[in-house]
Design a protein around this ligand. Structure first.
Ligand code: NDP
Ligand code: 2IT
Length: 447
């Protein structure tokens, strides 16, 4: 089996040797899915995984725009249309200076499995730009989004490819992107998700990723007849996912003690309650400030510049910032300090060494493609509401979200339970997502 996996990875490495994040994401899937394929006659010998690692289409384009000083700036735009076997391409847009082909291909690849897990009919895609939104004026953000969409509009559509937000892309950016799409196409359709409530958005979509990751942690803890109530939670990030993970964990009786950004983390021993979180939301979403400012408002909290929060003792950890933000040493520190559950809000935040440590210690560990699927699932619910031209209530969407997270948890158990009862959620999520997409690909022939 080892040699089969190696042989497969060598093929991928030969083509994509300069894409480390993509290779990392593929390696994890290959290790779990190739042994499964070998045990199933219907998938064996069909090169399905080889077809899955090749995007159906990669779009790369120039995004020229004019900054507030009148200078012409040129960024690079991308959309990876990875797999449409079970539905239109679906996945977010990331605006961050680190964005490149490797990062977007890893995200698009993970998205294919994640979207399949949601039980909704969505294929996988991802896109974005190396544009850095930090320090830009509203006008600059708008002009950039308009230029980006003036190329992307010809490739997307409600039945073709439906982008949404990710790092650096929230409600404001989706608004500017939607406005330009509507103008160019002269069509009001559900082409993007994460829209505002008065123009086709869904209640609970802003909350969905963070809420879903906490619901998933609850589902995992239930297998041990435990709950999140009373637990100390360490969260990284302070953006969309981190904020709503903090909100839901607190509502369910946990104590969240950290948040972070790329400059460092804050530790609030007393817990980040609803009032403090409201301050963070205004600071990050409206004033677009830095998390370090938290300690000016709440002086009993501490700010640790340039550090990550994984050294703080906790029972639950939720990495909600970015890929590879939690390494093997961090994982060992968390374990030493008594962490028993890790629910990833970000995509691929734990390195392979960290995952190995969690598995060796047999703690509850959920990979992002399972535990953060609530965001895209609720995007799927937004698409349904747009097609039906109706709006569901907050309670209705939240109930559906909870049910989807619990169904994802069930599918992880179905394919991830080991002989000793331990649930390998990585294996469970990868095989379950694979089966759904592979069956559709087999039915549709070699295309
Ligand atoms: P936001 O842009 O709202 O927030 C991102 C947060 O992560 C910020 O606090 C940011 O800090 C921090 N961060 C970003 N890049 C880095 C970095 N290189 N090093 C350290 N910190 C960093 O994004 P989201 O909250 O939407 O996304 C967070 C994660 O969740 C991503 O991995 C995303 O792919 C994933 N995700 C998002 C979903 C969604 O619906 N939005 C759905 C599923 C997954 P700073 O401000 O300093 O950059
Ligand atoms: O990584 C993700 O799942 C997202 N950024 C959300 C994608 C979406 O289409 O809602």
């Amino acid at each position: 089996m080892e040699s089969k996996i190696k042989e497969f990875m060598n093929l991928v490495k030969k083509r994509d040797q300069h894409e480390p994040e993509f290779l990392q994401a593929v390696q994890e899937v290959a290790e779990t899915v190739i042994p499964y394929i070998a045990s199933q006659n219907i998938y064996n010998g069909k090169n399905i995984l080889l077809r899955m690692v090749e995007p159906e289409r990669v779009l790369m384009f120039r995004v020229p725009w004019i900054d507030d000083n009148g200078e012409i700036v040129v960024n690079r735009g991308y959309r990876i249309e990875m797999n449409s076997a079970i539905g239109p391409y679906k996945g977010g847009l990331r605006f961050h200076p680190s964005v490149n082909l490797s990062i977007l291909k890893f995200l698009a690849f993970e998205q294919v499995f994640k979207n399949a897990l949601t039980t909704l009919p969505m294929g996988g895609g991802k896109g974005g730009s190396d544009f850095d939104p930090k320090g830009k004026s509203d006008g600059e953000i708008m002009r950039f989004c308009q230029s980006f969409m003036s190329e992307l509009f010809r490739h997307i559509g409600p039945n073709t490819d439906v982008p949404a937000g990710d790092i650096g892309v929230g409600g404001r950016e989706i608004g500017y992107l939607f406005g330009m799409y509507k103008k160019l196409r002269n069509e009001f359709t559900g082409v993007l998700t994460g829209k505002g409530m008065s123009w086709g958005g869904s209640l609970i979509r802003p909350e969905a990723t963070g809420y879903g990751a906490v619901y998933f942690a609850q589902n995992m803890l239930e297998t041990k007849k435990d709950t999140i109530e009373g637990k100390t939670v360490v969260i990284s990030g302070s953006g969309n996912v981190a904020q709503y993970a903090c909100e839901k964990a607190t509502q369910l009786g946990a104590k969240v003690v950290t948040l972070s950004d790329s400059s460092g983390y804050i530790y609030d021993e007393d817990g980040i309650d609803a009032e403090k979180l409201a301050f963070v939301m205004e600071l990050k979403n409206i004033k677009r400030g830095r998390i370090s400012e938290y300690v000016k408002k709440y002086p009993s909290a501490k700010f640790f510049a340039g550090e990550k929060p994984w050294g703080i003792a906790c029972e639950a950890a939720m990495p909600c910032a970015t890929q590879n933000e939690l390494n093997g040493d961090d994982a060992n520190t968390l374990l030493k300090n008594g962490c028993i559950v890790v629910s990833e809000g970000a995509n691929m935040p734990s390195t392979p060494e960290a995952i190995e440590a969690f598995h060796a210690a047999k703690i509850l560990y959920a990979p992002g493609k399972a535990s953060n699927a609530g965001g895209v699932a609720t995007s799927g619910l937004e698409m349904s509401q747009n097609s039906l031209r109706i709006n569901w209530t907050r309670e209705e969407v939240d109930e559906r979200l909870k049910k989807i997270m619990s169904d994802i948890h069930d599918s992880c158990i179905k394919y991830g339970r080991q002989d000793d009862g331990y649930i390998d959620y990585v294996r469970g999520a990868n095989i379950s997502g694979f089966v759904k997409v592979a069956d559709a690909m087999l039915a549709q022939g070699v295309v």
